[in-house]
Design a protein around this ligand. Structure first.
Ligand code: PEP
Ligand code: MN
Length: 339
């Protein structure tokens, strides 16, 4: 960490800052350069309160140099690979992994049909929400543990791995028994107690970007999972809230190349929640593949109008076929295989 002072050789300030760094954060520091204006801080600087330093009279700037998320940072490794099966590896630069299924698990019959739609297109991971985070308390809240059991049954029937959103730590044992992967939704990205609980699970975790989270805040959330011992973490860009009203969220495709430089974690795009309209999902999905995402998570349904949740954005069989044809074509152009 580098601290630049406003004035040259201000002995009193240098002593004050060095004392604070040592006594409060346990970090040694050294004045460097002829002008005696720059303090180089060593040791574990992740504990240093940068805002406190910046607020001090006489300090011009504070530059962390090292990122505050050492485990998620690209510096520690190049790519995390999540082995779903022998042929399906999330994070493999030669693959695009598609996860698909209904928004919510409403009934056994509809889930079975959605799973069949996914399987028919070669999808290996079945999604489905059992505990639903709804904006209003009067909206359908999901089928809970019964839904998880139906998801497990469909996964077994069609030979697919399963993923579902967990909203509270107490539910972890139910998820451990039924699903293969855990999803932490956008609204819970900064639920630190949930992150700590899920970090103790061995199951891969898909961590969605919070509605208003910066890339750094998102990676710090991922750091909680890694720090607790769960190394199979993937990031999912699902759009952020901006002033734009025409699309449901603003899909930040630029986060893919940016994250690629910042982290080794796989990056997934969710075109469904970003766009909010069935007819727009394919274009966003293709954009995600083109910009280098490792995978996609897409909502599909045999009859979208029957769905209890997100009916406006679900892909019916026709849109789904068209979307998968496009995903395969763009992936092929990039020398990648869809798995
Ligand atoms: C979902 O995938 O079902 C969901 C609720 O998404 P998000 O957390 O991105 O809104
Ligand atoms: Mn949904």
């Amino acid at each position: 960490m580098l601290i630049v002072l406003k004035e040259k050789n201000n002995q009193e300030l240098i002593a004050q800052v060095q004392d604070l760094l040592h006594s409060k954060f346990g970090c040694p520091s050294h004045i460097i350069g002829e002008n005696r204006r720059i303090l180089a801080v060593t040791g574990d600087t992740s504990v240093v309160d940068v805002d406190l330093l910046k607020s001090m009279e006489g300090i011009k700037s504070v530059d962390r140099v090292d990122r505050p998320y050492p485990l998620a940072s690209r510096g520690t490794k190049n790519r995390t690979l999540i082995h779903v099966s022998d042929t399906c590896v999330i994070g493999d630069p030669k693959s695009v992994v598609v996860m698909a299924g209904p928004c919510s698990i409403d009934s056994e019959g509809d889930l079975d049909e959605a799973a069949a739609m996914a399987k028919e297109k070669g999808v290996n991971i079945l999604r489905g929400g059992a505990y639903k985070p709804r904006t209003g308390p009067y909206s359908f809240q999901g089928t809970g543990y019964e839904g998880l059991k139906l998801l497990q049954k469909a996964g077994e029937k069609y030979g697919m791995k399963t993923i579902s959103e967990i909203m509270k730590a107490e539910d972890l044992p139910k998820f451990e028994d039924t699903v293969d992967m855990l999803q932490i939704g956008a609204r819970n990205m900064q639920n630190y107690e949930l992150l700590k609980a899920v970090s103790k699970s061995k199951k891969p975790v898909l961590l969605k970007r919070g509605l208003a989270a910066t890339l750094e805040e998102w990676l710090l959330a991922a750091e909680y999972l890694l720090k607790g011992g769960n190394l199979n973490v993937m990031l999912c860009e699902r759009g952020i809230r901006t002033f734009e009203q025409e699309v449901r969220f603003t899909l930040c495709l630029g986060s893919v190349p940016a994250l690629r430089e910042m982290t080794h974690l796989p990056i997934i795009i969710d075109p469904s929640h970003a766009m909010g309209k069935t007819r727009w999902v394919k274009d966003a999905a293709l954009g995600g593949v083109a910009v280098g995402a490792d995978g996609l998570i897409i909502e599909i349904h045999p009859r979208p109008k029957d769905s209890a949740c997100d009916a406006a954005q679900l892909l019916d069989p026709e849109h789904w076929t068209d979307c998968m044809d496009g995903i395969r074509a763009v992936s092929k152009a990039l020398g990648k295989t869809v798995v």
